[in-house]
Design a protein around this ligand. Sequence first.
Ligand SMILES: *[C@@H]1O[C@H](CO)[C@@H](O)[C@H](O)[C@H]1NC(C)=O
Ligand SMILES: *[C@@H]1O[C@H](CO)[C@@H](O)[C@H](O)[C@H]1NC(C)=O
Ligand SMILES: *[C@@H]1O[C@H](CO)[C@@H](O)[C@H](O)[C@H]1NC(C)=O
Ligand SMILES: *[C@@H]1O[C@H](CO)[C@@H](O)[C@H](O)[C@H]1NC(C)=O
Length: 362
Amino acid sequence: MAFWSLSSSLPLLGLLSLLLSHQTSLITTTNVRLAILQKPIDQPEVANGPGGSNFSVFREAPAFRNGETCGSLATDRIHVAMTLDANYLRGTMAALLSILQHSTCPENVTFHFLWVRHEHEVFSSIKSTFPYLSFKVYIFDVHRVRGLISKSIRQALDQPLNYARIYLANLIPDEVKRVIYLDSDLVMVDDIAKLWKVDLGDKVLAAPEYCHANFTTYFTETFWSDPYMPRTFEQRKPCYFNTGVMVMDVDKWRQGNYTKRVEDWMIVQKQKRIYQLGSMPPFLLVWAGNIMPIDHRWNQHGLGGDNIEGKCRSLHPGPISLLHWSGKGKPWLRLDSRKPCSVDHLWAPYDLYRSSRHSFEE
Ligand SMILES: *[C@@H]1O[C@H](CO)[C@@H](O)[C@H](O)[C@H]1NC(C)=O
Ligand SMILES: *[C@@H]1O[C@H](CO)[C@@H](O)[C@H](O)[C@H]1NC(C)=O
Ligand SMILES: *[C@@H]1O[C@H](CO)[C@@H](O)[C@H](O)[C@H]1NC(C)=O
Ligand SMILES: *[C@@H]1O[C@H](CO)[C@@H](O)[C@H](O)[C@H]1NC(C)=O
């Protein structure tokens, strides 16, 4: 709340960068890929370690076992969906570790990973870092979405994998009825079972909501001057939500053909350019003001800073269950460059990357 009242008083550029910092972000940075996939040059003994060519640059996580209460019938299997990308693997590993570590019933969590192609290094890294993990991988066919993506003002937002969440409901098995979708640049610091159990009412999505958003700036003049399009927001509160953390009733999503509804707006965008950003505006067009709002503790977003300079951001007051580095700066890059923001020290304990020293220096 405080965040939006603050941003509405900023000039347009500041506002746009704040908007962007709310947007989920899959940056394709060659350096990151190299940093993750190349064996550490200064540690040849590690590079030649056990496992040979499929050796992981990540340390093995401890085995997390269920608490005593987990065998009861009341325990649900928790389904979590994330994307999988070599560029973001270090973030994914930290997210996985944080979820398992804070979970009372870690063995009852199943992960559904969406990726664009089978990458052996990525797959074997997950396997060797989390040997006990219950997970499945699904290929997300980028051809389906590529033709629908129009250039946004930040290239990283145009990555097809950024749009995978729109197709999630149709990729995972039909018997899965509810899913928690999570971005890869976050850590969970609370039991995910609490998020899993939120009441969706008759809604399809649950997420923290910010209802002081000014939608005027989200969409272009073409959108607002159209006789029909603005009517989509009639009877709806202008509530923004970050699409990086969502509880989804994927059953209702399938029945309501919501994938098509989001795609339909992307087709309009392709023809008329009705917004400047990436995958977030079509989500807002379909969902804004019509989701189940949940406690803000479940997505303390924007910790990556704005998109132009990635400046440091401090935490908002209040309890926190999930920390999300949306925005330009990523904690692993800032820690490696030895110019971390203070919030990045909250991410470091979950870093499983072998050659990172900061996690041992704490
Ligand atoms: C959760 O794990 C326990 C083992 O500790 C198992 O007995 C139970 O069936 C699991 N529950 C679900 C819903 O998978
Ligand atoms: C690594 O490669 C060996 C031999 O090819 C194979 O037996 C082993 O399962 C692989 N390990 C992982 C984690 O993929
Ligand atoms: C929303 O933004 C537009 C354009 O920046 C401005 O004209 C309008 O007054 C704003 N509305 C509110 C309620 O702040
Ligand atoms: C969803 O799409 C299917 C097939 O295109 C159609 O039969 C069904 O009526 C649609 N459902 C809704 C709620 O629009």
